[in-house]
Design a protein around this ligand. Structure first.
Ligand code: BMA
Length: 361
């Protein structure tokens, strides 16, 4: 009896110890893994900042805090909200899409506090030319910021500014907010200065490791869940995928950024091929998987979500899908005034789509 009791105590202590030892990022991973069994979460980039028919004023007006096209369309917030750090490296007050970082900070924490999950991407300027993230005029940018490169010191300052912002992401009681961090995304394309044709495999690994080692080893962040998110490819095999994959010890989530830019058939074929590959790879390597960006620009087909996207996503163990931002000129999410609102409500009603209330109650 005593031994049985002692055994229980040991077991309880071990569990308590285990729980105590989990970092914020590990806890987020466990939460996402448990939720994934129920379905996939809906996500939206820049959700509370502006919408298809309204602009953010960021005036501090409380009525504007938390306004959301998704909420106004279906009565619930997205489960996941995405925000972008582009511009933080320049110590700018606003990001590349004109959203004040102070507002990003507040809305990110507000979403965490209401039980949601948050993710950060970063479209940094081109450190060598001074152009945007899309300036691919020079193929030595990555090389130039690696140790011993001409821009290394400058890039260290940029990383420091990213880290300083991440360091401010804390709840009222001082707890760091867990964040899915998704740097160097769409790296198999060649439209960003860190893209496929802009650096060698070795340079790409150097770039990934430099940022990760700085944030994790030097700055000690344990609240970042690292997402590796190449773009829709259509032709992955293990050999090609592994060339730039940062490694199992460096990645927790494998994402896919997948927009339909061309025909529906081409999109479906490429997406299925990629998700076949990624789900097998993620399964084998014990990784989460997600559609880290996706959508059809300006919803030119108002039934696209339930007719094209959902039937494909239903076939895979996806953690979340994140529709890109609702900007007047380019929107990927719903808005109550648009024909696609009806389709979005159907998506909302489906048993396997998870919105904020599904994950926070
Ligand atoms: C791109 C576009 C750009 C935007 C960038 C960062 O896909 O939406 O207009 O500046 O993302 O959000």
């Amino acid at each position: 009896m005593i031994w049985a009791l002692a055994g229980c105590i040991v077991a309880a202590c071990t569990t308590a110890k285990k729980e105590k030892e989990l970092t914020k990022s590990e806890m987020l991973r466990e939460r996402m893994a448990a939720l994934q069994v129920k379905g996939y979460m809906m996500g939206h980039q820049d959700d509370p900042f502006y919408g298809v028919t309204w602009e953010g004023t960021y005036s501090g007006d409380s009525a504007e805090m938390g306004r959301s096209d998704v909420l106004e369309t279906c009565g619930d917030y997205p489960a996941v909200m995405g925000f972008d750090l582009g511009g933080i490296e320049m110590a700018d007050e606003k990001n590349l899409d004109s959203v004040p970082f102070a507002r990003i900070h507040d809305e990110l924490i507000a979403h965490h506090e209401r039980g949601g999950i948050v993710t950060l991407s970063w479209h940094p300027r081109n450190p060598l030319t001074g152009g945007t993230a899309w300036d691919v005029s020079d193929t030595t940018v990555v090389k130039s910021i690696l140790p011993e490169g001409s821009q290394h010191e400058k890039f260290k300052t940029w990383m420091q500014r990213v880290a300083d912002f991440i360091g401010t992401l804390k709840t009222n009681d001082g707890q760091p907010v867990p964040v899915i961090f998704r740097p160097w995304h769409e790296n198999n394309g060649s439209w960003f200065w860190w893209g496929q044709k802009l650096c060698s495999d070795e340079e790409f690994h150097g770039l990934w490791n430099m940022l990760q080692d700085y944030l994790v080893e030097e700055r000690g962040f344990t609240n970042l869940l690292w997402s590796y998110s190449p773009n829709l490819d259509g032709g992955w095999n293990e050999e090609r995928f592994l060339q730039r994959y940062p490694g199992n010890e460096r990645v927790t989530l494998i994402g896919e950024d997948a927009y339909q830019w061309g025909t529906e058939e081409d999109f479906k074929t490429a997406l299925k091929a990629d998700l076949d590959f990624i789900s097998a790879f993620a399964g084998k390597n014990n990784k989460l998987m997600a559609m880290t960006e996706c959508g059809l620009q300006n919803m030119t087909d108002s039934t696209w979500w339930t007719r094209v996207l959902k039937p494909i996503m239903d076939q895979y163990p996806i953690s979340y899908f994140l529709l890109w931002r609702n900007y007047k000129k380019e929107y990927f999410g719903p808005s109550p005034e648009l024909p696609c609102a009806t389709d979005f409500r159907q998506l909302y009603e489906a048993d396997n789509t998870l919105f904020l209330k599904d994950i926070s109650q």
